[in-house]
Design a protein around this ligand. Sequence first.
Ligand code: FES
Length: 327
Amino acid sequence: MKLHIQPLGQTLSVDSGANLLEALRAAEVPISYSCMAGRCGTCRCKVIKGQVLESGREATLTNPHADDYVLACMSAITESCTIEIPEPDEVVNHPARIIKATVVAIEQATHDIRRIVLKPAKPLAYSPGQYVSIQFTPDHIRPYSMAGLHTDDLLEFHVRVVPDGRVSGYVDQALKPGDAVRVTGPLGTAYLRRKHEGPMLCIAGGTGLAPVLSIVRGALESGMTNPIHVYFGVRSQTDTYCTDVLAQLQARYSNLKVSVVVAVGAAAQGQRTGLVTDVVDADWSSLEGFRVYLCGSPPMVNAATLLVTRKGVAPEHVYADAFYASA
Ligand code: FES
């Protein structure tokens, strides 16, 4: 049977039942993947014609007229079909690995945010904006985004301590320097698109600043000259952190503009007030041509997605990671 691949216009002959991701990899088709187990979403592609058999879904046959996105790593080719792979020129492949790491530092960034620094036993290759799963103990496992770059010796994470949070409570109360943890990854599709030369908009809510810092540093330190607009939204003045890092980056790179937005109460000099999405809304009548990176709580990410698509950003150019408060 035939597998047609768009936008490449390539056609492969494949065996019935072949795994879609394996078929693409064997033919060296540029597709991003990471976990190869249906967890990270990196290998998502669209079925344009025909159908594939995707495991792990209730109704396993994809409907070509409705929800036609599938995870290639979880799909078998059962008939000739046409698929569309996303952004073939922006492929990143960092197959997920399990790496031992040691806790180097635990610092208080705000009243409820802890900055955790790990030293990995081996270097971890990842793209700016990706995340890993950290296993503190067999019972305490959560995903967290890297705040740095893969060229850094250490891995930095920002953990919000949630009231009654089982894992963040463990991080706050029990974790200590010298502890051994396990890191699995990298995972995630909200990574820096390096081929794009137009403006970038990054909206971070709370600890969503971690992947945004990674994306911004990754872009600037690799010489990207795109205009980069960062909006860092927090609830109150006491929730701000890393503003010195943002200010230093802004002073050094003329293409970076940072707005710190405080939702409730007074703001410090130079900061703005209101909901971060309202501030973005007021600043931009059109966002056509932008690539947008969103990291924060699901309500913020949802509101921001609606806002930026309404202002002209193509949905496939919105890269989002929502952080869930239960962590
Ligand atoms: Fe397919 Fe992760 S979901 S590689």
